[in-house]
Design a protein around this ligand. Structure first.
Ligand SMILES: C[S@@+](CC[C@H](N)C(=O)[O-])C[C@H]1O[C@@H](n2cnc3c(N)ncnc32)[C@H](O)[C@@H]1O
Length: 334
């Protein structure tokens, strides 16, 4: 199945107002996919800053290490597609890492604004990325078009993730490789939610002390945002639709007709620290945490990531770890 690019979604204003005034959109009546598009279109301009995304050694190493956990050195690709590519974090950093040397790069996403940023990020790093807006559950490409299809942190946004795996399998050439990384596991997500919640409550308790209140980030409107920004920001709690059990993701990939299917997981303690850091960064007044904080946070994450990989992963079940990486291949016709 293939599909045409979708029309942009424009949520209806909730009320009439004088010309020029900010009229918050009525997002209540939008279906799940329209909410994804509206939210990610809005999030796109600040997405890289929000998630500390960069195109330097820190993120190049991150992308390469995820990829190399499942794809050996020396594998070559001609046509590479990232689905749910966002601003290009995974694809661009993999290209900068030399993992897709010589390949033509393609990206698709439900959000056209994400793709605009993706193209610009690519150009800034000397990469041409051909983009098409589309739905992962009905990809706008012909059968057997790509010998590598990748994704990062996006199938948990899809109403029917299995349909996207079918589509990714369809657009793969026989013998082609699928890699999806950065998806949350069911148990890992429950554990990290407890950590996030405890961090948030502790931060609020500490900053409730007189004099410490100014450490808190101002509300969106106090920081100069509009009522529309407030409405769209609240959609963040509605767009994360799934967490996954590793064995269910393997089953979905097999049902999509793929072989050599495997799911590896990673990040336990590293993830708890990572989410605590991100929770605090999202809660404090902007500009308060300086480069020393960023340095300490990143190097603690790296050390704990090694500890998770080299020690804990040896005896704890894969279900406990937060991030999963799926690898699969499309079989050659018999
Ligand atoms: C959390 S972001 C991840 C972006 C990027 N892959 C990354 O790792 O930074 C999720 C992305 O999935 C996209 N998305 C959500 N639903 C989608 C769908 N049905 N089809 C294609 N992309 C979708 C969003 O627009 C957004 O860019």
């Amino acid at each position: 199945m293939s599909a045409e690019p979708l029309e942009p979604v424009t949520p209806a204003p909730v009320a009439d107002a004088s010309a020029g005034a900010d009229i918050p959109p009525d997002v209540r009546s939008l279906d799940l996919k329209a909410k994804q598009r509206v939210y990610h279109d809005w999030e796109a301009r600040n997405y890289d800053t929000k998630f500390s995304i960069s195109y330097d050694q820190r993120c190049i190493d991150y992308a390469r290490d995820r990829f190399r956990k499942v794809v050996p050195e020396g594998a070559g690709f001609g046509q590479v597609l990232e689905v749910g590519a966002g601003t290009g974090f995974f694809l661009i950093n993999l290209a900068l890492a030399g993992c897709v040397d010589g390949a033509t790069l393609h990206a698709t996403d439900l959000s056209e604004v994400m793709l605009e940023v993706c193209r610009r990020n690519g150009e800034e790093h000397g990469l041409q990325i051909a983009t098409r807006q589309g739905d992962a559950e009905a990809l706008p490409y012909a059968d057997a078009s790509f010998d590598l299809v990748i994704g990062h942190a996006f199938i948990h946004h899809l109403p029917v993730p299995g349909a996207a795996l079918q589509e990714m399998a369809r657009v793969l050439t026989p013998g082609g490789t699928l890699v999806i990384a950065g998806e949350p596991t069911e148990l890992g997500d429950k554990l990290s939610w407890m950590v996030k919640n405890a961090t948030w409550r502790s931060f609020r308790a500490v900053t409730a002390v007189p004099g410490l209140n100014s450490l808190r980030k101002p509300s969106i409107t106090d920081a100069g945002g509009t009522a529309t920004d407030e409405v769209l920001a609240r959609l963040e709690h509605e767009v994360d639709l799934h967490t996954f059990r590793p064995k269910d993701v393997e089953k979905m990939a097999r049902l999509a007709g793929l072989t050599e299917v495997s799911v590896v997981t990673e990040e336990l303690v590293a993830n708890w620290v990572g989410w605590s850091v991100r929770t605090i960064e999202g809660a404090v007044r902007p500009g308060l945490l300086g480069p020393r904080w960023a340095y300490a946070a990143f190097h603690s994450y790296l050390a704990l990531h090694r500890f998770d990989d080299e020690v804990l992963a040896r005896f704890l079940p894969r279900e406990l770890f937060y991030n999963l990486i799926l690898h699969a291949r499309k079989p050659y016709a018999r």
